[in-house]
Design a protein. Structure first.
Length: 254
């Protein structure tokens, strides 16, 4: 997943709002989100190649999402799949803090990642790129954006998305309104990219919030919010390589 916008306790009525795009090669086999047969309390999509997931929730109010950390200088395969970072948390019983503290010892077994974990009250962030203060941290209430660099790196698509999410908080969330915050298909200008040290053709392709390309692009948009009663409202919309919707899964989890 390559773009996650989220509001953590920025609203008393909606403690968590999320809009996210998963960008991946279209050839990579994927199962749309559903409750997992072996873990009926987990609602998530599944990467059928490595078995993990990019984002999911659970019946005990867990939330997990991961993005890769893009570093063109480090492209060697890692021993373990980043998708297990989320799936192990969703199917386990550790607190976000305990899980991340334990993960620190094996974080280098994975290619570069950003990881978000929640338990219905607190939300934690950790990257094995040792950004910021270098370790797991609980997030203060606020609006955040995460792509393929450190949390809140002001890439154009992140900055635009955070502004849109801020405006959305003025009213009640809907899946349609949340999806709009990550739907922009316009590419950033070379000037906008150079300010963040991004210059190549691939950087240009990836600069859109919603990527349309026959080989690699936005495969799914997931929208989620938690209301004051604790219910989670979830929708995942899948997309064809043309950028056209190809299916949707919508659930409400108590």
């Amino acid at each position: 997943m390559c773009l996650i916008l989220f509001a953590h306790r920025a609203s008393a009525e909606y403690p968590l709002l999320v809009a996210a795009n998963r960008d991946e090669f279209h050839a990579r086999p994927t199962a749309a989100s559903d409750f997992w047969q072996e873990h009926p309390g987990v609602l998530a999509g599944r990467d059928l190649e490595a078995g993990g997931t990019w984002m999911g929730i659970s019946a005990d109010r867990r939330f997990a999402a991961v993005t890769n950390y893009r570093d063109p200088q480090r492209t060697a395969p890692a021993p373990r799949s980043r998708g297990e970072l989320t799936s192990l948390y969703l199917t386990g019983d550790q607190s976000p803090r305990d899980y991340l503290l334990e993960l620190e010892d094996r974080a280098d077994d994975y290619a570069g990642f950003n990881l978000l974990l929640g338990d219905g009250k607190d939300l934690w962030y950790f990257s094995n790129q040792r950004t910021g203060n270098g370790g797991p941290r609980a997030l203060a209430p606020g609006i955040y954006g995460l792509s393929n660099a450190a949390l809140d790196t002001p890439w154009p698509k992140v900055t635009r998305g955070k502004q849109a999410l801020q405006q959305l908080l003025a009213g009640a969330p809907t899946h349609e309104r949340l999806a709009v915050t990550v739907s922009d298909r316009e590419l950033a200008t070379p000037g906008q990219l150079s300010g963040q040290g991004l210059h190549g053709e691939m950087d240009q392709l990836l600069s859109a919030q919603f990527i349309v390309n026959p080989t690699y692009g936005t495969r799914a948009t997931t929208t989620l919010w938690q209301d004051a009663t604790g219910r989670r409202h979830w929708r995942e919309t899948s997309f064809a390589p043309t950028g056209e919707p190809s299916g949707a899964v919508e659930k409400v989890v108590p």
